[in-house]
Design a protein around this ligand. Structure first.
Ligand code: F6P
Length: 364
């Protein structure tokens, strides 16, 4: 019998469970594969006692439409940066990757499928370099991984953000207000740009194009006649002005290495007020609502395709690779290439032309 371990790492994302189910279903057709899951990314392997669960067709039944991950996840620490507290109560991190590989050997794990975003896939690559048979499955609502056409969870997040624009339009119109909707995406503007186009927003600000507040003000002014009018601005959490920086919160969570973005919507309202924009403005931060709940059908299909492909790679012994969607195919790309560059919006992207063609102000 061969044993394969699944881990879900990084922020959660609609579609994770559908990947887990697809791996298990595909493996069950082979007879000689046993599937296990590590609880909370690789923490389940590193804890004593270990927290590893057996996965079979029965335990994954019906999970494809559940949000989150039945295996739980974390975006802190990991095998290369395990948080430890010394006698003085001071936290630091230690590398436990060799110990983890040893622990996996002791329980006869032949292969690992690591489902996660750029941070998790960097861990996959480093573990592969140390001899572990790893396969990566790309996951992120941000859609910021360059070697795949799309990541699951992204379209669900766009759908949720679009529904938020739809809702804000009616209240904005009723109150003659401007609503600034802040969406996720980290350093990528994909969620903002898609939701702005789908929802019919007037302004869309993304991290890849620093905004000029006066251009935003001018665009919004055209929406008002005397005191009547309304508008919706979609701003990505990582957006920043030409003469300023991203807005982030101080972070004291041990082992959390990302910047905690958030607050650009409020900053934009202040900047617009300072620039002389006089109409009523309100901000809405959509936050983790974009990551929760059921995956839309598109993401369930994408997740299932990626799960089946990942298991087939394991059967073929195709390790050190990540599943990538290259329409209409699913291919295996080297993990090191997959994590080399982020997938960011460029000014010549067709979506920018569409946005401009629709009259959406992109802040420049
Ligand atoms: O990478 C996914 C993401 O949801 C980003 O869009 C966001 O900036 C971040 O994770 C939030 O992370 P956390 O769950 O740690 O608040």
């Amino acid at each position: 019998m061969k044993r394969l371990l699944i881990a879900t790492g990084g922020g959660d994302c609609p579609g994770l469970n559908a990947v887990i189910r697809a791996v298990v279903h595909r493996a069950s057709q082979e007879k000689d594969w046993e599937i296990l899951g590590s609880i909370q990314a690789f923490n389940g392997v590193l804890w004593t006692p270990m927290e590893i669960v057996e996965l079979d067709n029965k335990s994954v039944a019906g999970i494809h439409f559940q949000g989150g991950t039945i295996l739980e996840t974390t975006n802190k620490g990991g095998p290369f940066a395990w948080p430890v507290k010394n006698n003085q109560g001071i936290w630091s991190t230690v590398d436990r990757s060799d110990e983890m590989i040893e622990r996996l050997r002791n329980i006869n794990i032949d292969a690992v499928i690591n489902i996660g975003g750029d941070g998790s896939q960097s861990i996959s690559q480093r573990l592969f370099e140390k001899g572990l048979n790893v396969i990566g499955v790309p996951k992120t609502i941000d859609n910021d991984l360059s070697s795949t056409d799309s990541t699951f969870g992204f379209q669900t997040a766009v759908q949720i953000a679009t529904e938020a624009v739809d809702k804000l339009v009616t209240t904005a119109a009723s109150h003659n207000r401007v609503f600034v909707l802040e969406v996720m995406g980290r350093n990528a503007g994909w969620i903002a740009l898609n939701a702005a186009i789908a929802g019919g927003a007037e302004v869309c600000l993304i991290p890849e194009i620093p905004y000029d507040v006066n251009k935003v003000k001018d665009a919004l002014e055209t929406r008002f006649h005397k005191n009547r009018g309304f508008a919706v601005v979609v701003v990505a959490e990582g957006a920043y002005p030409v003469d300023g920086n991203v807005v982030f919160k101080e972070n004291d969570e041990v082992g959390y290495e990302n910047i905690k973005l958030g607050g650009v919507s409020r900053q934009l309202i202040k900047q617009l007020t300072k620039a002389g924009f006089e109409h009523d403005m309100r901000e809405t931060i959509l936050g983790h609502l974009q990551r929760g709940g059921v995956p839309i059908a598109y993401d369930r299909v994408l997740s299932s395709q990626m799960g089946v492909k990942a298991m087939e790679m394991a059967i073929e012994g195709d390790f050190g690779k990540m599943v990538a969607y290259r329409h209409p195919d699913f291919i295996a790309v080297d993990l090191k290439d997959a994590i080399a560059l982020p997938n960011l919006v460029t000014k010549d992207n067709a979506l920018i032309s569409t946005a401009k063609g629709l009259g959406i102000c992109m802040g420049y």
